[in-house]
Design a protein around this ligand. Structure first.
Ligand code: FAD
Length: 316
């Protein structure tokens, strides 16, 4: 299949792409297809599929004590990518994360992806376990995206964990960037230093965290360029659809919402109205970014297509 960097280089127009989540364990892939279907007419060049690390749940035993169980609520990223490519004939980009994986498990997952002809990956550190305050890595795994990137790049050069001179994988590697700074980084400049490291280690494109004020994206891109980061920086956009997201999004994603948007949403009496405001904001943001010539507009659909569809209808 085509590498993301080639999709970008081969087009003189802004591309359309979106991210979906694997369904909760036990749900069928048909539900996911139903969420993707309405977006296919806008010809996405790729669809990202998130990866979710394990979570802890506590179950009460007969003796009254709590037993901790480790579960993965949204498994299936690799299989879903293959299913998407097979069903929709579009490139799928699996997210691969450090958290919860040993280096060997990562190597095996990358071998699966390679065999399936999946040549794009978004390399991430991953979130902390939900019930834990901070990120912990697997004892035999990676602590930062930079380390995982080295492993993927090594495999692209035929270097596996135990052997060298093996078959070369062919991954085009993307990484995450944060226009409003990663929440753990002491400063934006420190964060950018590590972003530059990710690019120097072989990342060919950057996808940003969601943002609601384009000024933050433009400033971020300028700072990246000043530091010598020259790869495409794909803006990530999320249409707001419920009032609750006014507090949830900043707390989960560590981003700011512009006052103008907050005031508009606070005035809304129903979530239908909120959704309309979110869509209009998304259209305004997207149009301005498109006019500025961004390589691609990437939407965080959260596996719900309606709002993204209404934005895409006006643009693609
Ligand atoms: P890193 O690049 O490793 O950075 C993490 C922090 O450490 C930053 O503060 C950085 O400044 C610092 N740092 C980086 N390298 C070093 C180093 N070598 N030494 C010291 N400090 C360093 N999470 C998931 O669990 N699953 C997903 O599918 C997923 N998809 C995402 C997609 C996008 C586009 C984005 C923006 C985020 C996604 N996330 C996902 C969330 C992401 O995993 C978290 O934001 C995570 O906390 C950081 O990941 P990262 O790859 O940016 O980490």
């Amino acid at each position: 299949m085509t590498k993301i960097i080639q999709h970008i280089q081969q087009s003189d127009k802004t591309l359309f792409s979106f991210e979906i989540l694997p369904p909760l364990k036990g749900e069928s892939i048909q539900q996911l297809f139903k969420a993707i279907d309405p977006l296919m007419e806008f010809k996405p060049k790729f669809i990202d599929v998130t990866y979710h690390r394990e979570e802890y749940v506590y179950k009460k035993r007969e003796n009254g004590l709590l037993e901790r169980q480790t579960i993965r609520k949204r498994p299936g990223t690799v299989g879903i990518c293959a299913a998407i490519m097979n069903h929709f004939k579009v490139d799928a980009v699996p997210h691969i994360i450090c958290g919860g994986f040993s280096k060997e498990e990562t190597e095996n997952a990358l071998i699966d992806l390679d065999f399936l002809g999946i040549d794009n990956v978004l390399v991430l550190r991953g979130d902390a376990i939900k019930s834990e305050g901070s990120f912990t890595s697997d004892p035999n795994g990676h602590s930062y995206a930079t380390e995982l990137l080295v492993q993927v790049n090594d495999m692209n050069n035929g270097k596996y964990l135990e052997e060298i001179n093996m078959s070369h994988t062919n991954f085009c590697i993307g990484v995450a960037g944060y226009p409003e700074k990663h929440f753990e980084a002491p400063s934006l400049n420190t964060d950018l230093k590590y972003l530059k490291q990710k690019v120097d280690l072989g990342a060919e494109f950057i996808v940003t965290q969601m943002f609601f004020d384009n000024k933050k994206y433009f400033e971020f891109v300028n700072k990246c360029r000043d530091m010598g980061i020259t790869v495409p920086i794909i803006p990530g956009l999320k249409p707001i659809t419920t009032k609750k997201q006014l507090t949830i999004l900043p707390s989960i994603f560590h981003i700011d919402l512009p006052d103008e948007l907050v005031l508009e949403i606070e005035k809304c009496k129903t979530n239908d109205h909120v959704k309309q405001v979110g869509i209009e904001w998304g259209i305004k943001q997207s149009k301005e970014l498109m006019e500025a010539g961004v390589p691609c507009l990437h939407y965080y659909s959260m596996s719900k297509s309606d709002a993204v569809r209404q934005i895409a209808e006006t643009l693609f």
